[in-house]
Design a protein around this ligand. Structure first.
Ligand SMILES: NC(=O)c1ccc[n+]([C@@H]2O[C@H](COP(=O)([O-])OP(=O)(O)OC[C@H]3O[C@@H](n4cnc5c(N)ncnc54)[C@H](O)[C@@H]3O)[C@@H](O)[C@H]2O)c1
Length: 255
């Protein structure tokens, strides 16, 4: 740990924390003095990561589309670490279909994981955070909340919803001393990115090279570069920041 621990005294639940951006958030949070509960459906990776992070981390199986499982994860965080004062609503699934290919079933599944879980995760966290004297919620949105693209129709819709829920919750929860913000990552090198490109592109290497060429920095983000934004928003350094959307995209949406 270098310098003062920026998240000392914080106990966080990180959904989708077993891989990719969520795993990087878990690592950075523990480095900064937080205690973390990794909530995911990938038990093998989640348990391995938690073990590697030591006594300040634990893993719990939690399908975020099930509100009761979110509540149980929060209760476990409280009983294990004494409080829940940070929630990272990060788990999501990708859909690579355009409007005409998107089925109702796919819509219902992606809305349950990417949007309903953010809404009800927030709802369920309120009572825990009140008991902790307040808290911070950081939701994972996307640059796809800000721009359109030919595919990913339902995914775009859910991420726009995440930003809207963020603003609504931020205003509603000021009275409870709970800040609510979102992070919009640009394209980030994660298992999720690799599998969505593999699912859609005939030539994986060519597709990755052409996506990288679209980036102003000619490269994708590393998960830790995204995770740093969560450290700030979850910490007391951001004590006057709520309802905000922090875009971390290497300039993608501003060029
Ligand atoms: N990678 C990118 O380029 C990128 C860009 C913008 C936004 N995002 C967002 O960042 C977040 C993380 O993305 P990633 O690329 O790290 O994804 P990833 O697929 O690499 O990891 C996602 C994690 O979420 C877990 N998960 C999936 N469904 C779940 C469920 N129902 N309940 C609990 N856990 C579940 C998976 O098991 C996995 O551990 C997502 O919200 C994603 O939409 C990613």
């Amino acid at each position: 740990m270098s310098g003062a621990a920026r998240l000392a005294g914080k106990a966080a639940v990180i959904t989708g924390g077993a891989a990719g951006i969520g795993a990087a958030i878990a690592r950075r949070f523990v480095e900064e003095g937080a205690q973390v509960l990794i909530a995911d459906i990938d038990d093998a990776n989640g348990e391995t990561l938690a073990r590697g992070l030591g006594a300040n981390a634990c893993y719990r199986h939690c399908d975020v589309s099930q509100v009761g499982q979110l509540n149980s994860a929060f209760a476990e965080c409280e009983s294990r670490f004494g409080r829940l004062n940070v929630l990272i609503n990060n788990a999501a699934m990708q859909s690579t279909h355009d409007f005409e290919q998107t089925t109702e079933l796919e819509w219902e599944r992606i809305v349950a994981i990417n949007l309903k879980a953010v809404f009800f995760g927030t709802r369920e966290a309120i009572a825990f955070m009140r008991r902790a004297g307040g808290g911070a919620i950081v939701n994972t949105s996307s640059t796809f909340a800000l721009v359109g693209s030919p595919g990913y129709a339902a995914y775009h819709a859910t991420k726009g919803g995440v930003d809207s829920v963020t603003r609504a919750a931020a205003v509603a929860l000021i009275k409870d001393r709970i800040r609510v913000n979102s992070v919009c990552p640009g394209t980030t090198m994660t298992p999720g990115l690799v599998s969505s490109v593999r699912a859609t592109a005939a030539d994986y290497d060519a597709a990755m090279a052409s996506y990288a060429a679209l980036q102003p920095m000619r490269r994708f983000a590393e998960p830790a570069e995204i995770a740093n934004a969560y450290v700030y928003l979850a910490s007391d350094e951001a004590s006057f920041v709520t309802g905000e959307r922090l875009v971390v995209d290497g300039g993608y949406t501003v060029v």
